[in-house]
Design a protein around this ligand. Structure first.
Ligand code: FCB
Length: 471
């Protein structure tokens, strides 16, 4: 019998071991995650789930253009239909609520809410109004990201994030959205992961718009951060009751050896991934080491820009996925040295929860004005299959438990972390990897649009229910 060992321990202490066997997720009793005000939610993004790209006056975005180009996205996938959330949003909100998730992080598609002349598109605005009103009716805390990478193509045609004017257009867009949606948004995030927009979009061409030049990357980053800084006071004026912040992805870089050169390489990796964004926001200056790594790429910065960019934040959103082990490349930079024998996900990313804890505690000592933090994304992709109506995503359950334990350790070490959003509520269009990579805690069958709650989501729901029931 497979259960011999458990039968023995059951006999000694039935309640505890039964619970452990049935539930590999629930955090230990002393974890801060039991605090009722620690927000647990799930995240999505417009282009990854909405579909309906031609409906109700939505304009093309850079991701429509990019994904239509052969060879840019795995299997030629596009976001044209995605999870059809634009039509299924009511059922999706019911599903979110049925899981007991307390927070929902979504993004607005800029090309849905403004026409090419910059005038409001009522039909697009109404979609988000209906969605946010329903979320509020369900008592769900709403985090709204204004820019999760779907830039209107007509702005890209005028230079996109290489054109300083795009930052001002973004502030106009933030103005419209915060006037229209005030009262239904608990927290506004200006940008999602400017590192990806600037570096993957303009530096190496892996993402839309697909340009590849180091100088483009730093200039695009500057305009993205400027857009953020210009939008902040607008959001504050129009919607004073909500929190305002930005979401940054962070990467852990570890050195392949104790040599000074490899240590320096790991430092430069983290400068490129973290300090490039966090230093301007929290110190008002770009890290000079960045330009040692990429000589001659200093962006054009006008007087006052750094002050605009470094205005105080109410929160900082942090997205964390994996670490990269690096060595010196023998010149000014670093090269990846993938470790053997470590656990990896469907993306090939290493499962490394300590990286999240170490980065968070490191930021607390580096940035004395570190704002309260929300983990706005964390999760993993696995090749999940529905078998007899169930999805047993064992690796994800362990991944989430380990990363939540890392968050708890960071809280215990004094970092002010107020919540955590699973990436993602449901499987969706994973950018250059299309639909093959499944990040959801809910499975999506793209041929029928049927949603199936995975085991990970059931266990998160069970924990939330237990937490809620506590006095
Ligand atoms: C992040 C993105 C998110 C999703 C996850 C896996 O970089 O913000 O949209 O693709 O990665």
């Amino acid at each position: 019998m497979a259960n011999d060992a458990s039968a023995v321990s059951d006999a000694r202490s039935p309640a505890v071991s039964n619970d452990k066997l049935a539930d590999p997720f629930t955090p230990p009793a002393d974890s801060s995650l039991w605090r009722k005000n620690f927000l647990l939610g799930a995240a999505t993004a417009s282009y990854q789930i909405e579909g309906a790209v031609d409906e109700d006056g939505r304009l093309p975005s850079i991701w429509d253009t990019f994904s239509a180009k052969p060879g840019k996205v795995l299997a030629g996938d596009t976001g044209a239909v995605a999870c059809d959330h634009y039509h299924r949003w009511e059922a999706d909100v019911d599903m979110l609520a049925s899981l007991g998730l307390e927070g929902y992080r979504l993004s607005i598609a800029w090309p849905r809410v403004k026409d090419a002349a910059g005038l409001p598109n009522r039909k697009g605005l109404d979609f988000y109004k209906r969605l946010l009103n329903r979320l509020k009716e369900k008592g769900i805390t709403t985090f709204v990201t204004l820019y999760h990478w779907d830039l209107p193509q007509h702005l890209e045609d005028r230079g996109g994030w290489l054109n300083r004017d795009t930052a001002y257009r973004f502030a106009d867009y933030a103005d419209l959205m915060s006037r229209e949606l005030a009262g239904t948004v608990d927290a506004w995030a200006t940008l999602n992961e400017p590192w990806c927009s600037a570096y993957l979009g303009y530096g190496n061409g892996h993402h839309a718009p697909g340009l590849a030049d180091g100088r483009f990357a730093t200039q695009a980053m500057h305009h993205l951060l400027l857009a953020h800084g210009l939008a902040l006071p607008v959001l504050r004026a129009n919607d004073p009751a909500s929190q305002k912040g930005i979401v940054a992805n962070i990467g852990r870089g570890t050195a392949n050896s104790a040599s000074a050169a490899d240590q320096r390489a790991a430092h430069l990796f983290e400068v490129q991934h973290n300090a490039w964004i966090l230093d301007p926001l929290l110190k008002g200056a770009y890290p000079q080491d960045l330009f040692e790594l990429w000589p001659g790429t200093e962006p054009l910065v006008l007087d006052g820009d750094m002050q605009t960019i470094s205005a105080p934040l109410d929160f900082l959103g942090i997205n964390y996925y994996f670490r990269t082990n690096v060595a010196s490349d023998g010149a000014h930079g670093f090269r990846d040295v993938p470790l053997e024998g470590v656990e990896r996900t469907q993306m090939g990313w290493e499962v490394y929860p300590d990286g999240l804890r170490d980065l968070l505690t490191g930021f607390k000592s580096t940035y004395h004005n570190l704002p309260p933090i929300y983990i706005t994304e964390n999760g993993m992709a696995s090749d999940d299959k529905v078998i007899d109506g169930h999805v047993d995503d064992t690796q994800r359950i362990s991944f989430l438990k380990l990363h939540l334990a890392a968050v708890n350790q960071a809280i215990k070490a004094g970092v002010d972390i107020r919540g955590y959003f699973l990436w993602s509520l449901m499987d969706n269009f994973e950018w250059a990897f299309g639909y093959e990579r499944r990040f959801g805690v809910v499975h999506v069958d793209y041929s029928t649009q049927k949603r199936t709650i995975k085991r990970s989501a059931e266990l998160v729901a069970k924990f939330l229910k237990e937490r809620k029931a506590r006095v």
